[in-house]
Ligand binder design. Structure first.
Ligand code: NZQ
Ligand code: ZN
Length: 388
């Protein structure tokens, strides 16, 4: 049974080869000062920067730059961005990049007019914004996180060895997002497959919870089938527009809150992955792939029916003559084979994580209680040990 919920997603999307034209429609809605936020320079190499700047200038905007947003953006960079946004008196923050850039833009947007320490307020105390929020727009260049159409913002505090996400409400979601699949063609293969697995993990972590007959689960099975199919094509041919556009659209729907409505969600793979990243700064999707198979095999006995359904509906496992558990394990084996074929990092050792970090990672793992098994410290340790 679907639980009660409210659904509103205010982000306006422009999708396709001409999506950047949407920027011309959106910019006149905001004041003159634009803080242009981007990452380590990929947009300068592939020409997206020039295209965006030309539109900003044509729309009469004053451009203030804030580049150098790193993957897994940090508290130090956030403080720098807040200072830049204040100095610019930013009317709009335009994020051009992947999830890190977009997440960072949101964190800046809720901190510009706020006197509190943003890390303490939003990421430790999980408070909601109490100050005016600077609007954010996003031009997406890397697919995976869903940040273009959600309120998520994930920040890393290296000193405290914590990587924490705050899911903000409607008022913090990007006002608009430009999604041109061609902008993702230059994403390096490692990042592309990492993003693909991030999408899969988002869907699975909302799917593996509850036993009900629930429309969201059927939607997720469809998204998963599309993703599995398109990922294989994109890995062979990164410039296949059809595959890249399907992956881009799937990523958005995987985490724009729709499929979580009316049901419980798990999110423990993300909690494990974020703890790993707090110690290693590793690429987000790979921190998830490295712990996923041990985690799912660990919780499978507590959710056998759903794992069997997953095997049949997503991986085409034939259940005839098998117990639900046999079917379920066969589904996970099919998933594991697909992950290896894509070239994902399958364990923490290959991710370059030292076993000495185990206890620290255990301590940094936050516990969520919506999955088939609520993990205690010993469960977390067992999954992480099996992930090395
Ligand atoms: O920094 P640049 O030079 O732009 O290079 C980036 C970066 O090195 C590169 N890249 C992006 N677009 C490119 C490109 N290279 C060539 N051509 C392009 N078109 O890709 C690298 C990774 O970028 P990043 O933004 O870090 O990747 P991703 O989109 O995976 O974002 C990861 C961050 O998002 C958080 C993660 O924890 C991590 O901090 N997440 C955000 C979520 C949300 N908002 O809801 C949920 C996710 O679960 C996730 O936690
Ligand atoms: Zn993720």
């Amino acid at each position: 049974m679907l639980g009660n919920f409210t659904y509103c997603n205010p982000t306006k999307l422009y999708f396709g080869k001409d999506a950047l034209d949407g920027l011309k429609e959106e910019l006149p809605k905001y004041g003159k000062n634009v803080l242009l936020v981007y990452g380590g320079g990929s947009i300068k190499k592939n020409g997206i920067y020039d295209q965006v700047v030309a539109i900003l200038k044509a729309c009469g905007k004053e451009i203030f730059e804030d580049g150098g947003v790193m993957p897994n953006p940090t508290t130090e960079k956030l403080a720098e961005g807040v200072a830049r946004a204040r100095a610019a008196k930013a009317d709009l923050i335009l994020a051009v990049g992947g999830g890190s850039t977009c997440d960072y833009a949101k964190a800046v947007s809720v901190s510009v007019h706020c006197d509190d320490d943003p890390w303490e307020k939003y990421f430790i105390r999980f408070e909601e914004p109490t100050c005016p929020i600077v609007p954010v727009g996003c031009v997406l260049t890397m697919v995976g996180t869903g940040s273009e159409m959600n309120g998520g913002s994930v920040i890393t505090n290296h000193a405290q060895k914590l990587k924490i996400g705050h899911v903000f409400g409607e008022e913090v979601l990007p006002k608009f997002a430009v999604l041109n699949p061609e902008f993702t063609f230059t994403v390096p293969r490692y990042q592309m497959i990492s993003g693909i697995y991030d999408i899969m993990s988002h869907i699975l972590e909302q799917y593996f919870s509850g036993e009900d007959d629930n429309t969201s689960d059927y939607i997720m099975e469809g998204l998963l089938r599309s993703l599995i199919h398109s990922a294989e094509i994109a890995v062979q041919n990164p410039a296949d527009y059809e595959a890249r556009s399907n992956i881009m659209w799937t990523a958005t729907w995987a985490l724009n809150t729709l499929v979580a409505k009316g049901k419980d969600t798990d999110w423990m793979v993300h909690m494990l992955g974020q703890a790993v990243a707090a110690y290693t700064d590793a690429t987000h999707g790979m921190t998830l792939s490295a712990v996923s198979m041990p985690y799912y095999r660990y919780i499978l006995p507590y959710g056998v029916q759903k794992f069997a359904r997953y095997a049949v509906n997503v991986w085409n496992v034939d259940p005839a003559g098998k117990t639900p558990a046999q079917t379920a394990y066969e589904g996970l084996s099919a998933m594991e084979a697909w992950m290896k074929k894509l070239g994902l990092v399958m364990n923490l050792t290959d991710l370059g994580t030292s076993p000495d970090l185990l206890e620290g990672i255990v301590k940094s793992t936050l516990v969520m209680d919506g999955g088939y098994k609520v993990m205690d410290e010993n469960d977390i340790r067992a999954v992480l040990k099996a992930s090395f």
